[in-house]
Design a protein around this ligand. Structure first.
Ligand code: B3K
Ligand code: ZN
Length: 848
């Protein structure tokens, strides 16, 4: 394992202007001819050898300005000695052979269901041809594809086509990771978009025949994204065409290749019968995300992979803004924070913790993490909160003006904000360079009409970073008087010291503080608040996030108490929930979120962070008891609520209908705990959309019923891969703790468990670790099963194997028995010969 360090960055030795590529496609033996137009720069690296990356390529031919060269490649590339290189511009031509059909890693050029497609980020282009495969080498690409397949696509604008060939020309210089090629029997949903300055753009979503009818929502989301980026960020699209292709075998969600986005089909295809409201919401967000990358990622890219958050954090932040504008800001914020806590806080708490901008890696694909993406977005949100909306907009305009066409760094990004606002961001930069979730403790004092708030920040040690200096933390605070009126509207306190006090004067009575409104910083608020005060905030806070948060905190206290042996659920939380759920002034989507009980993994993390050892079995039982108590308290209200949230008209995936369905189905889940499943069976039979079908099925499985419904579901959907993924997943997620491993064994033994398909693998093996009590069942069977599958997948698809291995990152939370079992699995993985760099790095870090 070799480690790459940020500190070792050096610019590339030989500037590259232009690239001409010819592909002669054949499943076993594709020929790739590359003509690289180099322009030597004597100032850059005089006398340097020319090094090209290349992996798994069979070199057929190599020529410099037409003269054949005799250089032997090594395992990772090809070196041309400086002595061979002209001082004037020259063309290096290579021809290589590759076998897309054998490419199960799904990186580089591979085949999925008979179609050719590519995935190059981060370092996949080197599996296609010899090339300086690094993001700071930006060149213009011209691509010729030769194949009998009817649809041949690459980046940029079409530059001619004929029988058996097509050419594409991309006028915008780009790094190789944004290269893409697709060839197949595809059909398009066509549309068009007129940009603000009057450029007509042809839009196409390419899918397999039969799937065209499921593309309308993605297309609509694309057009709204294009308009939004013009209106909110002043960014127009810059090519004549924008193509999206849906692919069934894909390691992640989607990829922002210039002018040719490639998507996991589950993030494109949607119809009311096959997609849930959550699917629709994700499709909208990911379509937007990849589109927004055109400016934040493609026009301005990253200098090196350590700067990944430069494009990902910013683009996530932008897609979150977009979704908030399209739907509800309050609901979106709550969902985003829940996801951040579930994935990023968890990462920060364990052995895989790393800074938003890491300074070393073994395998860069292991750093497409919640920290780089979601915490990277939070950091930008803080920056915006600190400088204000108008200054943020000015800074972004400066960023685009100054760095368009460049490969930039976090230093460049911060400098733009410093220049635009006059602020010193030296301390703020620590958010990028230091890992870990700060904890904030709060002391309050009320004396002589003055209310003071003392905040103290604690920065936990993380791997390689034992001590940390204080961070700048924007803490949004509002104050309410005892009647529930807001006496101090939201104000952002800037905590810059370890400990700091803030005073509020002129108050008639002791206020109730609402702290960290809107989750103004990615920190843990460590504050002992009475149940009465939480209930007060849940009833009166004007900040929707903190209102939800008050309910969540109450619920977590109830759950922790039950798990620790409390005999019953106290009245505070139940009464608050009964009031809230019937408050028709509140958005149904918000109420549905508030009704959702804290997850067991979330609770385990909270306990561990407070120095307590979570017992997965006790947590599971406690959560079930809590749900039963809630169902009991709400019983009189449920029929009326379900009636009120029943949708009568035609299905629409919009936020209003989705919110009603969410509340309706939350009620159905609770009702099922009391009626033996009668209502859920009826709901399943009557369902006309996937949201309702799946919710009814989950409600039944949760009470140990639902086999006839599972069979009916399978009979109806066995021919639909994406829908069947849901069928696999729901069974694992809702399996009883002592049945989870067994359920996975049965499912993985089926002929349709196509484990080389990442979606199918995730829907079973990913779901295994998402079932907290089942995964951590005391006999360790689930741990063993996961390790077995990781070891099986690793030789075929190291990227997905490595990603799934993060299920083991939490082992330190648990008792010594479970710790021992997990460590034994990690040791078994590490002892396996031929382990990939991907899984090897992950297992090493987790075991360490
Ligand atoms: N940039 C891609 C992710 C590539 C992951 C490579 N292992 C998708 C995205 O973030 O938009
Ligand atoms: Zn992205």
């Amino acid at each position: 394992q070799t480690t790459v360090y940020l500190a070792d960055y050096r610019p590339y030795s030989h500037p590259l202007d232009r690239v001409e590529l010819t592909f002669r496609l054949a499943p076993q033996a594709t020929r790739v001819v590359a003509r690289l137009h180099f322009r030597p720069d004597p100032a850059r690296s005089p006398g340097a050898d020319l090094r090209l990356d290349g992996e798994g390529l069979r070199l057929i031919r190599l020529a410099l300005d037409g003269t054949p060269l005799d250089c032997q490649p090594d395992d990772t590339g090809l070196t041309l000695p400086a002595a061979l290189l002209p001082a004037d511009p020259f063309v290096l031509e290579t021809e290589v052979e590759i076998a897309p059909v054998g490419n199960t890693a799904l990186e580089g050029l591979y085949m999925s269901n008979g179609m050719y497609c590519t995935q190059c980020e981060a370092e996949g282009f080197r599996k296609i041809t010899y090339y300086p495969d690094r993001p700071d080498v930006m060149a213009r690409f011209h691509v010729r594809i030769e194949s009998d397949l009817p649809v041949l696509l690459s980046n940029g604008n079409p530059a001619g086509q004929g029988p058996g060939w097509a050419e594409w020309d991309d006028p915008w210089p780009k790094p190789a990771y944004l290269f893409a090629l697709v060839a197949g029997e595809l059909v398009a949903l066509p549309d068009h978009f007129l940009t603000a300055s009057g450029r007509e753009v042809a839009l196409n979503i390419w899918v397999r025949a039969g799937d065209e009818s499921r593309c309308a929502y993605a297309m609509d989301a694309l057009k709204r994204s294009m308009r939004w980026d013009e209106q909110v960020y002043g960014r127009e699209y810059d090519l004549d065409v924008f193509n999206i292709v849906a692919v069934d075998d894909f390691n992640m969600g989607a990829m922002e290749n210039k002018g040719l986005n490639i998507f996991n089909s589950k993030l494109v295809l949607a119809s009311p019968e096959t997609a849930t409201d959550t699917d629709y919401e994700r499709i909208e967000a990911v379509i937007a995300h990849e589109y927004f990358h055109n400016w934040t990622g493609n026009r301005i890219t990253c200098r090196d992979w350590f700067q990944l958050c430069l494009k990902e954090g910013l683009t996530v932040f932008r897609d979150q803004q977009f979704s908030g504008d399209m739907r509800s800001h309050a609901v979106k914020r709550i969902e985003d924070v829940q996801a951040l806590r579930a994935r990023q806080f968890r990462e920060d708490q364990g052995p895989l913790a790393h800074p938003v901008r890491p300074d070393s890696f073994v395998e860069i694909n292991n750093f497409y993490t919640a920290t780089v993406y979601e915490k990277g977005a939070e950091v930008i949100g803080m920056l915006k909160r600190l400088v204000g909306d108008a200054e943020y907009a000015r800074a972004l305009n400066l960023y685009f003006a100054r760095h368009d066409g460049e490969a930039a760094t976090i230093e460049d990004w911060l400098k733009v904000f410093e220049d635009a606002t006059g602020r010193d961001l030296g301390q703020f930069k620590r958010w990028y360079t230091e890992a870990g979730t700060p904890r904030l403790t709060v002391e309050e004092e009320w004396k002589d009409g003055i209310y003071s708030l003392t905040l103290e920040q604690h920065l936990p040690p993380t791997p390689g970073q034992p001590v940390k200096a204080p961070k700048v933390i924007p803490v949004a605070v509002g104050l309410l008087n005892p009647n529930g009126d807001e006496v101090q509207p939201t104000t952002v306190l800037e905590l810059t010291e370890t400990r700091q006090s803030f005073r509020f004067e002129g108050l008639a009575s002791r206020p109730v503080a609402s702290i960290l409104r809107g989750f103004s910083a990615p920190v843990v608020l460590d504050r002992a608040v009475s149940a009465a005060e939480r209930a007060f905030l849940l009833a009166h806070d004007t900040d929707p996030f903190n209102r939800w948060e008050a309910g969540r905190a109450l619920a977590k206290e109830v759950l922790a108490d039950l798990a620790a042996g409390a005999p019953t659920v106290g009245p505070d939380w139940l009464e608050a929930m009964v009031r809230l759920v019937q408050d028709d002034s509140l958005d149904p989507a918000f109420r549905a979120l508030a009704l959702r009980l804290p997850g067991e993994d979330d609770m385990a993390a909270t306990l561990a962070a407070a120095g307590k050892q979570p017992d997965p079995a006790a947590l599971h039982t406690a959560r079930r008891r809590m749900a039963a108590a809630l169902a009991g308290a709400l019983a009189p209200a449920l029929p009326g609520l379900m009636e009120a949230t029943q949708i009568t008209g035609a299905f629409s995936p919009d936020a209003v209908q989705a919110g009603k369905r969410a509340l309706h189905n939350a009620c159905l889940g609770l009702l099922s705990l009391r009626d033996g499943g009668a209502a859920a069976e009826a709901a399943f039979a009557a369902a006309t959309n996937m949201t309702d079908s799946l919710a009814a099925l989950a409600a039944l499985l949760e009470i140990g019923r639902g086999q006839p419904q599972l069979d009916a579901f399978e009979a109806r959907w066995r021919g639909d891969r994406l829908v069947m993924d849901k069928w696999f997943m729901v069974q694992v997620l809702h399996a009883a703790p002592d049945q989870t491993a067994r359920t996975v064994e049965l499912l993985t033994a089926r002929a349709d468990f196509d484990w080389k398909n990442p979606n199918r693998f995730r829907s079973v093996i990913g779901a295994l670790s998402a079932n907290h009590a089942g995964f951590h069942y005391q006999d360790g069977a689930s741990y063993r099963l996961l390790a077995d599958w990781l070891l099986r997948l690793d030789p075929k698809n190291p990227q997905t194997a490595a990603r799934m291995s993060t299920a083991f990152e939490t082992w330190r939370r648990y008792d010594s028995g479970r710790q021992g079992l997990i460590r034994a699995e990690l040791a078994r993985i590490l002892a396996t010969s031929g382990l990939s760099r991907d899984l090897g790095e992950m297992a090493t870090r987790m075991a360490g």
